[in-house]
Write a protein that binds this ligand. Structure first.
Ligand SMILES: *Cc1c(COP(=O)(O)O)cnc(C)c1O
Length: 242
């Protein structure tokens, strides 16, 4: 366990205030209710003590890129005095099917569902191992680059249907990462269009997971309901996973 670090806690308070202000300003500019945007703090590579601090500050939606790291943090947090029990864990990184049985035991949502095989693995694991459906965002590739994850636009409808047809999964909507070097505004406008298409087939799938530290304003302008923010809250990572 990391020793308590008051200095780091104070920095986190400041950073959180500034991220919340950015979201509020972007919502105001877009004529949106700030309550319509959920802040997910992406804590990958950061210690469990950061998660505990965020929880004390009211941030209960926590994002992780890797199952193994999420599980380790959850185990560590259980040992903390006054451990936060009502955290909502979001898996935002690429997921191997062999992690499905683990993920369904603790995750509220998977944001990176990108293939039918993973939908099947998660649904089968959820049927066995959890009482309520797993929330799912279908990740879409905005530039067609398979390296960066996400289903191609042409396969989005079929994949959304594959999720929606499984009672153990709840299709929440779409997710994307803005392509490197692309104009975030254009990328998220495109995502909004794809989200509307999915929503016309599945009216309950009205969520959009988009926006990170550097582009959350563009995402909020284009309808994002879930922003996934890491470095703007917790500082730059030495190494980026996922
Ligand atoms: C790391 C990560 C984030 C957070 O990125 P920052 O730029 O640090 O805010 C968001 N989404 C995904 C999928 C990530 O892997």
């Amino acid at each position: 366990m990391e020793p308590p670090d008051d200095h780091r806690d104070a920095r986190l308070v400041t950073a959180l205030g500034s991220v919340r202000a950015r979201i509020a300003d972007a919502c105001a500019a877009a004529g949106r209710d700030p309550q319509s945007v959920t802040l997910i703090a992406v804590t990958k590579t950061r210690p469990a003590s950061d998660v505990a601090t965020l929880a004390r500050l009211g941030v209960l939606d926590i994002g992780e890129a890797r199952d193994q790291e999420a599980r380790a943090k959850i185990a560590e947090l259980a040992e903390f005095p006054g451990a936060p029990i009502d955290l909502r864990w979001h898996l935002v990184g690429r997921l191997q099917t062999n992690k499905a049985r683990s993920v369904v035991t603790y995750a509220r949502a998977v944001h990176s569902l990108d293939r039918p095989k993973l939908a099947r693995a998660l649904a089968e694991a959820a049927a066995e191992r959890r009482p309520e459906p797993l929330e799912v965002f279908v990740q879409v590739s905005l530039d067609g680059d398979p390296e960066r994850g996400g289903v191609a636009e042409a396969e989005l409808s079929a994949l959304a249907e594959a999720v929606a047809s499984r009672p153990q999964l709840q299709l929440r909507g779409v997710m994307a990462v803005a392509p490197i070097e692309a104009d975030a505004e254009a990328a998220f406008a495109k995502l909004a269009e794809l989200a509307a298409r999915v929503r016309s087939d599945h009216p309950g799938a009205d969520a959009i997971s988009a926006g990170m530290s550097d582009d959350l304003e563009a995402a909020v302008r284009n309808g994002s309901t879930h922003v996934r923010v890491g470095s703007a809250l917790l500082g730059r990572r030495a190494q980026v996973f996922g």
